[in-house]
Every structure is written in structure tokens, then in C-alpha cells.
Design a protein around this ligand. Structure first.
Ligand code: BTN
Length: 325
């Protein structure tokens, strides 16, 4: 009931009368009043005006299952939310849930991770109350070789979702970082369980620095948050919702061809180092070349002085010649 009232208030800019809430949800005035009071205790600022009704003025900076469910507008993604105050890693939980039969499109969100995982065995630190740590559980009917492209699809969704809520230019650093003013605000870690030609499930985990006011010395040069860049305190649940809507949209386009052919042009328009010099590390020999954007397989096209090379997202890292981007 509380969730339904909250959803109604969130989706209405004007006042909602107590009477209409009673009628719509078939409950007494006392029940409505109790629900409103509980929401207030949870931090929702709800204005009550005689003869007009209730109006939501501000939502709290807490993430909760209720909050996420009350603003859900997606068709299939996040039909089920699994929210936890604290987990080891949302990717780990997503994999466990997948093994237990959780469905395609489930979204796992945590208030805090105690052992968040980054790419290539790194740790992903998320100070409590500041970040988004979430994982999509997906069970697409496609070849395992196509799975890594979902990282790129997610990156597009994050940029487009951010654009709707905060006035910042976010860009993609291929394949899986989102940067604002040359510093990282988001990382994506995609993992998969598969047979040779069959995907059991894929988990796409996303970590976004939203409200962080500072970073440890060793990260300061490279990492930032949406708050530090914009001085705006973005509501994390709203950002998750926007990203989910965008992902649903891009995922459906991706699945039509199961590659990036319909998305590469837009992805490339969001690339931070398009046309710039990049350094590819982690393979046999590091090399430098010009980034020409991705092809329909999601590989980064890099022109070196001697040849065109295609970089796949596996184990290499691509950085700017003069710094992180
Ligand atoms: C990277 O840039 O190295 C990838 C970071 C991915 C972090 C996210 S936070 C949610 C999900 N759970 C994890 O343990 N990792 C990913």
C-alpha cells in the first residue's frame, strides 16, 4: 500500500487528494494517513494542504527496494529487484541467484559491498551511502562469443541515463569506463556462465560514484563522482531507473542482430578518445595508435603507423597516451 501511494505521489506533480487515494486503493482515510506518516519517517518530505491533498516535495537519499519498485517504468528489466543493505558483491549474489533459478532481467542492488570486484582482479571500493552498485542478471539466447558486447550496451545506457538527470558530459572510455572531465565515474564488470555454445547466464555489474565527496589520495587523480563534478546530489534510485529504461531500449536493439551493428555509430559518438592517440597494453607488446571507434563486433579499431589492429575487450587496457583517458 505504502509503495502504491508513493508511486502515485511520485508520478503526479500536483497535489493528490486523500479521497482519491482512498478510492483508488480501496482503503480508509486512516490507512492513507498512516502510510503517509510512515513515508515521512523514512525521509520522504510530503506536504499536506487542506482541501488539496498530498504532494511529494523530496525523496530521501536512501536506496531501498520500495523506492526502486515505486518508480519502475520498465517493461521487463527489474521486474524483480533484489535489494540488500550489504553484500560481498552484487555480481556474486547475482550468480548465486541465477544458480537458484532467478529469472532473466532480475536486478540486484546493494547499499554496500564488502568485496566489490573490478576488472582484472582489482577491488572496487564503494563507501557506504555514496554509490550505485547493481547487477543485471540476463539469460539471452545467443552465442557466448557475443556476451562481452553487453558491457558496451551497458555503457551506453549509463551515459544516456546520466544525461537525463545531471548536466554533465559523460563519455565512454572503451570498453567499460564512463568518464566525466577525464576522470572515471563508473566501471562495468560483465561475467558469464556458459557451455561452448550456450549461455547459462550473464551478469552485468555496474558501479557508479554518485555522491562521493572525496576519494583516497591514490585515486584522486583518476576517480570522481557525479556530485564532485556537478555539485548536484542525484537521487540514486532515480538514476538506476533511468539507466534501466535506457538499457532495456538498447538491449532490445542489440538482440535484433546480437552485435553492435545498429549501435556502433551512437556508441562511437560517445567515445572519449575517438580519433585520439591511445596506448594498448596487456597483450604481447604495448603499442600506440589512433582510436577509430568500434566495429560491429564491439572491437576497438586502432590504426598504428604500420597496420590497422582490432582490439577485443578481454585482457588489454586502452589508455590515453598522456594519461588515463
Ligand atoms: C571496473 O571498472 O574495474 C569494473 C568495476 C565494476 C564494479 C561493479 S559494482 C557492482 C558490481 N559488483 C561488483 O563486485 N563489481 C561490479
Amino acid at each position: 500500500m505504502k509503495t502504491k501511494i508513493l508511486a502515485k505521489l511520485r508520478n503526479t506533480t500536483d497535489y493528490v487528494s486523500g479521497q482519491s487515494l482512498c478510492e483508488e486503493f480501496e482503503v480508509s482515510r486512516t490507512a492513507v494517513w498512516k502510510a503517509i506518516n510512515t513515508l515521512r519517517k523514512e525521509g520522504y518530505e510530503i506536504e499536506a494542504v487542506q482541501h488539496k491533498g498530498y504532494r511529494l516535495r523530496q525523496v530521501p537519499q536512501v536506496l531501498s527496494q520500495k523506492e526502486l519498485e515505486s518508480i519502475r517504468q520498465t517493461k521487463w528489466l527489474a521486474n524483480t529487484y533484489y535489494y540488500y543493505d550489504e553484500v560481498v558483491s552484487t555480481n556474486t549474489v547475482a550468480k548465486q541467484l541465477a544458480e537458484e533459478g532467478a529469472e532473466h532481467g532480475a536486478v540486484i542492488v546493494a547499499g554496500k559491498q564488502t568485496q566489490g570486484k573490478g576488472r582484472r582482479g582489482r577491488v572496487w571500493e564503494t563507501p557506504e551511502g555514496t554509490s550505485i552498485t547493481m547487477t543485471y542478471l540476463l539469460k539471452p539466447d545467443m552465442q557466448p562469443a557475443n556476451a562481452s558486447m553487453l558491457t558496451l550496451v551497458m555503457a551506453m545506457a549509463v551515459v544516456r541515463g546520466m544525461e537525463q538527470l545531471v548536466h554533465l558530459e559523460a563519455k565512454i572510455k572503451w570498453p567499460n569506463d564512463i568518464v566525466v572531465n577525464s576522470k572515471k565515474v563508473c566501471g562495468i564488470l560483465t561475467e558469464m556462465s556458459a557451455q561452448l555454445d550456450y549461455i547459462n547466464y550473464i551478469v552485468v555489474g555496474t558501479g557508479i560514484n554518485v555522491l562521493n565527496e572525496s576519494f583516497p589520495k591514490e585515486l584522486e587523480e583518476k576517480a570522481t563522482s557525479l556530485y564532485l563534478q556537478s555539485k548536484e546530489r542525484i537521487n540514486r534510485a532515480s538514476l538506476i531507473e533511468k539507466i534501466n529504461e535506457e538499457f532495456e531500449h538498447y538491449y532490445e536493439i542489440f538482440m535484433e542482430t546480437q552485435d553492435m551493428s545498429k549501435l556502433a555509430k551512437e556508441y562511437n559518438s560517445l567515445l572519449v578518445n575517438l580519433g585520439g592517440q591511445v596506448r594498448v597494453e596487456g597483450g604481447k607488446e604495448p603499442y600506440v595508435g589512433n582510436s577509430r571507434g568500434i566495429n560491429e563486433r564491439g572491437e576497438l579499431i586502432v590504426d598504428t603507423w604500420e597496420a590497422r589492429r582490432l582490439v577485443s575487450s578481454g585482457e588489454v587496457s586502452v589508455r590515453g597516451v598522456y594519461g588515463y583517458v
